[in-house]
Design a protein around this ligand. Structure first.
Ligand code: CA
Length: 241
């Protein structure tokens, strides 16, 4: 029997949860509903889903703090999280991505959009079919084992940051626009805003630690991974501190 991707829906509104559940079933997924953070955690402890749909506003622990928590746990840290937010909560979306969500979707959304987003995060998260390893400067990435090391020291990256770094390393020293990165890394950028790229680049730099400056911002153009990061000169510092 074909494996249906398991989707954990964390949503406290029964009507919305049920609607999503029915639509996901029709869309070829295996949905499970949790109405609060306690039930969601119990579900995760029992069976790991392929993707989590996480409502922002939940009674008790918020979706944001749940996302942050799950990202820190070894068992759950690589499960893609799609946040559900209310219309117009712009700062919330960025905070959600900062907390470790892979994407967000604004309520009310169409079934078609929801299914497309879920498929997109799953595709992004799917292991690379072709195994290859690439080295730039002191940075080595092995796609087969999903390992990244900087000067021999292993680094830990989220699934989206891994794909982003993989692409940047395979095409190092070249400048990539945000829209190119969305195309090549996200693969389905119809619904994704360009600043999503900025959020993930920021997270990537943080995860790379000492190698973070290798990911350069090219003003007005995009991003580039370089083996030799430009040295910061005193002259370039902003005047009038
Ligand atoms: Ca809610």
């Amino acid at each position: 029997m074909k494996h249906l991707p398991r989707v954990l829906i964390v949503e406290d509104e029964p009507a919305i949860a049920e609607l999503i559940q029915v639509n996901l079933k029709h869309g070829g997924f295996s949905p499970v509903v949790a109405y609060d953070s306690v039930a969601a955690q119990r579900e995760l402890d029992a069976v790991l889903p392929d993707v989590i749909l996480l409502d922002w506003m939940l009674p008790g622990q918020s979706g944001l703090s749940l996302a942050r928590h799950w990202r820190k746990q070894p068992r759950t840290k690589s499960i893609p999280i799609l946040m559900l937010t209310a219309r117009g909560d712009e700062p919330d979306k960025v905070a959600g991505l900062d907390a470790g969500a892979d994407d967000y979707i604004t309520k009310p959304f169409s079934t078609q959009e929801l299914l497309a987003r879920i498929r997109a995060v799953l595709r992004r998260h799917a292991p690379e079919a072709v195994s290859d390893s690439v080295t730039v400067g002191g940075l080595t990435l092995d796609a087969a084992t999903h390992r990244i090391a900087h000067q021999g020291q292993e680094l830990r990256l989220g699934p989206t940051e891994f794909k982003l770094l993989h692409y940047l390393m395979k095409h190092a020293e070249r400048v990539h626009s945000r829209s190119t990165l969305l195309d090549k890394v996200w693969g389905d950028h119809v619904f994704i805003e360009e600043r999503t790229v900025d959020v993930h680049v920021k997270r990537l730099r943080e995860a790379l630690g000492a190698a973070g400056p290798m990911v350069e911002t090219v003003r007005g153009a995009g991003y580039r991974l370089t083996a030799v990061a430009a040295p910061k000169t005193a002259a370039a510092a902003p005047a009038g501190k």
